[in-house]
Design a protein around this ligand. Sequence first.
Ligand SMILES: NC(=O)c1ccc[n+]([C@@H]2O[C@H](COP(=O)([O-])OP(=O)(O)OC[C@H]3O[C@@H](n4cnc5c(N)ncnc54)[C@H](O)[C@@H]3O)[C@@H](O)[C@H]2O)c1
Length: 328
Amino acid sequence: MKILVTGGAGFIGSNFVNLTLTTRTDIEVTVLDALTYAGNLQNLESSEGRYKFVEGDICDSALVDSLVAANDLVINFAAETHNDLSLVAPDKFIQTNILGTMALIKACQKHSIRYHHISTDEVFGDLPLDTLEQFTNDTPYNPSSPYSASKASSDLLVRAWVRSFGLKATISNCSNNFGPFQNSEKFIPRTVRLANAGLKPKIYGQGLNVRDWIHVDDHNRGLWAIIDKGRIGQTYLLGTNNQRTNLSVVKLVLEYFGLPSDHFEHVEDRAGHDQRYAIDSSVTQKELDWHPELGRFEEQLAQVIPYYLNDDVDISTISHSGHTNLNT
Ligand SMILES: NC(=O)c1ccc[n+]([C@@H]2O[C@H](COP(=O)([O-])OP(=O)(O)OC[C@H]3O[C@@H](n4cnc5c(N)ncnc54)[C@H](O)[C@@H]3O)[C@@H](O)[C@H]2O)c1
């Protein structure tokens, strides 16, 4: 099978390519990536020489059309993904996340190519802190930020193309990922790098917001389950039930580095900051026989932290990234 992986030089996409090329022998991979600040070919170092790379924009319809026509499947990771940035510079989010998706699905429809759309649980908005409620396939869309609104829009376009034009598509909405190669603008790598440098990690408000963490490899194995066994037109929720407050994640990182548990700084909360995410993936797990393979969140985190310790990221670019605030 020939697959086109858009956004394959970013965090989740590069892990997907690396996992695919080590676990599947029957797949030819082409990566299409615009190499924005979030894309980095070094993430694909372990796959060097085993994939084709095309530098380009998913909004470039002519380029997309020719690449789609030459493949059997398109899996779309390409997106603007930083919530904070979407509050100060939303235009690019609308462009890439909505119009880029449209260019891809139009080409997939034209050439009758299977399309898988990567999305987020943030399309559902948030849940109150004091309930045990989880997102399900029946939860209405209620996005809070320009980022999540653009992702919600793209999901709806895909659904409309399935219904109106018979597009052979599936969608997945996944919870917060962590793992190697995540950009330092995001909560876990940023916290790890700051703590490693002896600096105080920043935390929005009281830090009681809850995120439902999934290791990127569990996410990517879920994506293969959908590609292999998913039903066309279906939306699959992916998550591994690791709900933690931001405060508790910061404290775990501090403990890893032997720092005092109060070695962090509270900063003003982000506008529209979602309270709690929690995803019920039981339907996906049952239908596709996909189950998380990795252990407890705390153990996974301890294995991921070392990925962020020995590279050449300049710590000063993290504390002064130009975004409105500091956590995802
Ligand atoms: N990170 C998470 O926790 C999470 C959770 C659920 C879903 N998602 C979704 O997964 C997907 C990937 O997220 P990520 O965290 O890996 O993002 P990322 O920001 O790390 O990577 C995005 C990649 O897309 C590329 N890109 C951006 N605009 C492009 C364009 N116009 N044309 C071609 N390439 C372009 C970038 O260069 C980069 O390589 C996104 O759709 C995101 O919404 C992310």
